[in-house]
Every structure is written in structure tokens, then in C-alpha cells.
Ligand binder design. Structure first.
Ligand code: MN
Length: 489
């Protein structure tokens, strides 16, 4: 991508012309500060903050965020002080820059005490302003796009590992799905290029064979819709390379991945979505187990769509995602859709939603509450926040996203430590299960609690897998004065 200040101003002026002077000021400030620096690729350093600001502007970020994007490396890499940023700009911009700088200086892999203490502080502070995370994601995208120029191969690997483990899951949790996939695939390329190339070749071959059927399907859909006065725009997508790789780890043939080949159908309104589903199922028979109504049951990150996987021509499994233009906006922009919805108050609404709806924030608070020390805190976050998620339902039919590979004990503590401590039994999909039962996607889970239940015992400690559950059980046993080493019976 060719970056220039004109390109940035051009993008911003399309949605908010009044902020142009401040953005220009931030640009010339950063240009002056970085003037003697070059990137490893040999280009002037300013191209990096400029590229970050352009990524943010395409998300329709507010003026403070874009300025902070331009200034994000001045505290770290130049003689600029925070006071100077406050004086020249304002306290909000200075705080954003400081927040991004603090994250940059941390590592989730250095397990030393000082780093863990800092990490905890930074995570707590960045959860107070979600814009810090978004700027950091933009910074990371540009770093990954230009990682080939990094001469130190160890650093290349370290950045990729960190991106795969932290930033890609974070992006997906915030609903920035395409950014998450891009971060995953670029990291995957540097971490295991052989595997990466192999999967890319498999996908390419499959796509070539699928090409003629693709057009058949699109035409069939258009005809069915037109005959029934439905209007739709149809596009085709393929699963990310890293996501495909992960599916293949579960011993699947590439042709058995239910969401490898997907069509996205944008319909005028919600009624048309359900009608479209009906005509699709007329044409191609559905696999009942893959149907998901995320319109009635949105994901915690606001994602909405109907998902169905059908028996397509030539034994291809085809996923159809059906949604309205508004839902498409959420799919594309995730939490930053608030910037598109409300120019004036977008950032405030975004932070409010982040605090109230997004599991990330709740998990950080949970971790902060139940962690005994800083390394514990980090462990809980890794278990809980950065782990792969699966959807399950509570007894009221509400969808809850929980970490993959957890037991019903972990589930109970995740949902409510109080009920977990009085858990007398668990019913999954209508049948009683052992407490060691591992939660599976789409399970309907009912915890039966009873104030007279005997409560957690040492056995539970062996079964539980998450630090959150283990800590709560230990806490309970300590209160009851039971020894952790003695068996309760
Ligand atoms: Mn940077």
C-alpha cells in the first residue's frame, strides 16, 4: 500500500472534515520527531505511523484515535515526553499514546515477576479505553504486513507467536473477524511456512475444481430469489488458511470442513433472510446439525446471521451466511461499527458496549478478582480470554461462549461461582452427566444447585482445568477448613 498524508486526509475528510487541521498537526509533529529514522525496509519511519492512521481511518476512527495512531511511537522511539503531547494536543491523546506504548513494552511470554506485574496493570488500564486495543491492533497489522523486512529471524518468530496467541484472538473477540484472520494467516506463514504452503495448495486445488459449481450455485440462488421477488447480493469466501489448518488437525478431510466454502447473502431485511433460507433449503438439502440462528441469538460481539450448511453439487459442503446490510456492517467492523453508526458519540457507545457486553472486559475483571498473584492473573487470562471459544446454551436458551475443552465444573464457575459452590448435579442435553464431562459445542447445560449440597471437594480440583475454577475451589476448601491434601472421604 502506498501511504501518504494526502491519502489519510482524503479518507478522513469523507466522514469528518472538521478534524483535518488537528490530524495535520499530529502528522507534522510525528514527521519532525521521526525525521532521522528509517524502517528496516529502508523507507522513512513516518510511513509506519501513517499506515497505522490510515488503517484506523478506514474504520472511521475518531480524531483522537487517528492522532494517537500518528503519534503512537513518539514516546517510545523519540525524545517526546507525555507532557509535550498533553501541551501540543490533549490529555486523551497523550493517554492513548501512553497506553499503546505500555503494551508494546510487555511480553506475555517473559514470565518474570516484573513483567507480570506490568502486564496486569496495562491490561487493566487498556480495558478502560478500548481504543488503545484498536490502535495496537492497527499497529500490529502493519507490522505483520511488513514483517518480511525484519532482518532478525528470532524477532520475526517472536512477533508471529505473540500475534497468533494474543492479537488475533483479541481482534476476533472484538468482532474484527477479517483482521483476526489476516493476523492469523500472516503469523502462520512465518511460524510454519511448509504447512502454510501445503494448506494454500490444497485450498487452491479445491477452488479450481469448485469454480464451475460456484457459478451454478450463484445462478440457481439468483433465479430462486428473483422468482420470489427477493433481492440479494451474493459473494463467495473461503475459510482462512490457519483456520483450515486447525480444522484439519481434528482429522478431517478438507472436503468435510462445513464452513470452508461459504456464500454470503445480503438480503434487504430480516424477513427476507428467513425467506432466503427457505428457498436455499428447497434447492439444497441442509445438514441439520450445522444450522445456526445468530439473528435470534446474536454472539456477544453483536454478530448476527443465519448459518446453514447444505449438500452442494459434486458432494461439496457449502455454508450459506444470510444477513441484512446492517448485520454485514457489524460483521465487517465489529466493535468499531459504533464509529460508523454515530459520528458524535461512537467512542462513548463503543466503550459502554465493551464494558457491558463483551466477555473480554468481564474476564479481565474476573481474573483480577480471583487471581492470587500476577502470574496467576496472566494464567487466568490465557485460559479464559485468549483461548478458543465454543458456543453453549444455558437452561434459558441463552448462548454463552466458553473456552474449548473445559469441564462442566469450569463452566459452572465461569457462569456463577455461587451456584458452582452449591452444585448438586448437571444436566446436559436432557441427561445427567458426571462433573468431569467435557463441554461440547451447542450443549444445553443446566446446573442444579442445592444449598444442602456437600460442595466442592478435592476431586473437583483434579477435574477442573481453568485457573479460575481451581482458585475458587481452593478458596472454598480453605474457608471450610479442609486440608487440600486429605481426601474428603
Ligand atoms: Mn508501531
Amino acid at each position: 500500500m502506498d501511504v501518504s498524508i494526502d491519502l489519510l486526509l482524503d479518507i478522513v475528510s469523507k466522514y469528518n472534515i472538521s478534524v483535518i487541521p488537528l490530524i495535520k498537526k499530529a502528522y507534522y509533529f510525528a514527521l519532525e520527531k521521526h525525521k532521522d529514522q528509517t524502517r528496516e525496509s529502508g523507507e522513512p519511519y513516518i510511513n509506519h505511523p501513517l499506515a497505522v492512521a490510515i488503517i484506523l481511518a478506514t474504520l472511521k476512527a475518531d480524531v483522537e484515535t487517528i492522532c494517537a495512531g500518528l503519534l503512537h511511537d513518539t514516546l517510545e522511539d523519540t525524545n517526546t515526553s507525555k507532557e509535550e503531547l498533553i501541551r501540543e494536543f490533549n490529555i486523551n491523546i497523550a493517554n492513548l499514546v501512553e497506553g499503546v506504548t505500555n503494551i508494546t513494552n510487555l511480553s506475555l511470554f517473559a514470565k518474570d515477576i516484573q513483567n507480570n506485574a506490568n502486564l496486569r496493570k496495562v491490561l487493566l488500564s487498556m480495558s478502560k479505553d478500548v481504543r488503545i486495543i484498536i490502535i495496537k491492533l492497527a499497529d500490529r497489522i502493519h507490522n505483520m504486513r511488513t514483517l518480511e523486512y525484519k532482518k532478525d529471524l528470532n524477532k520475526q518468530q517472536k512477533k508471529s507467536r505473540e500475534t497468533l496467541k494474543i492479537y488475533a484472538p483479541l481482534a476476533k473477540q472484538l468482532g474484527l473477524y477479517d483482521i483476526g484472520v489476516e493476523l492469523e494467516d500472516r503469523s502462520f506463514f512465518y511460524l510454519d511456512s511448509e504447512e502454510y504452503n501445503q494448506i494454500a495448495a490444497m485450498q487452491k486445488e479445491l477452488l479450481e475444481r469448485f469454480e464451475e459449481y460456484k457459478n451454478v450455485i450463484i445462478e440457481a440462488l439468483y433465479n430462486a430469489f428473483i422468482n420470489n421477488r427477493l433481492f440479494s447480493s451474493i459473494s463467495f469466501k473461503i475459510l482462512g488458511l490457519y483456520e483450515t489448518y486447525k480444522e484439519l488437525m481434528n482429522n478431517l478431510d478438507i472436503k468435510n470442513i462445513h464452513d470452508l466454502l461459504k456464500f454470503v447473502l445480503i438480503m434487504d431485511d430480516i424477513d427476507s433472510c428467513y425467506l432466503a433460507l427457505r428457498y436455499i433449503h428447497d434447492l439444497y438439502k441442509p445438514y441439520p446439525s450445522y444450522f445456526q440462528d445468530y439473528i435470534a441469538q446474536p454472539k456477544p460481539n453483536r454478530y448476527q446471521s443465519l448459518h446453514t450448511t447444505v449438500f452442494g453439487p459434486n458432494e461439496n459442503m457449502i455454508q450459506m451466511q444470510i444477513r441484512t446490510p446492517f448485520m454485514e456492517k457489524i460483521t465487517k467492523y465489529g466493535i468499531t461499527a459504533y464509529w460508523h453508526e454515530d459520528l458524535e458519540n461512537g467512542s462513548t457507545l463503543m466503550q459502554k458496549a465493551f464494558d457491558e457486553q463483551y466477555p473480554f472486559y468481564k474476564s479481565i475483571l474476573n481474573a483480577n478478582k480471583s487471581a492470587k498473584n500476577n502470574s496467576d492473573f496472566i494464567q487466568i487470562l490465557e485460559d479464559d480470554v485468549l483461548s478458543e471459544k465454543i458456543p453453549v446454551y444455558n437452561d434459558e436458551g441463552k448462548m454463552i461462549e466458553v473456552s474449548k475443552n473445559i469441564t462442566v465444573i469450569d463452566y459452572a464457575y465461569f457462569v456463577s461461582p455461587f451456584f458452582a459452590n452449591h452444585m448438586a448435579g448437571v444436566i446436559v442435553n436432557g441427561s445427567f452427566v458426571d462433573f468431569s464431562y467435557e463441554v461440547k459445542p451447542y450443549d444445553k447445560i443446566r446446573i442444579i444447585s442445592d444449598v444442602n449440597s456437600s460442595g466442592p471437594n478435592c476431586e473437583w480440583l483434579n477435574i477442573a482445568r481453568t485457573t479460575l475454577a481451581k482458585n475458587s475451589i481452593k478458596e472454598y476448601l480453605k474457608r471450610k477448613g479442609q486440608s487440600l491434601t486429605r481426601s474428603p472421604w
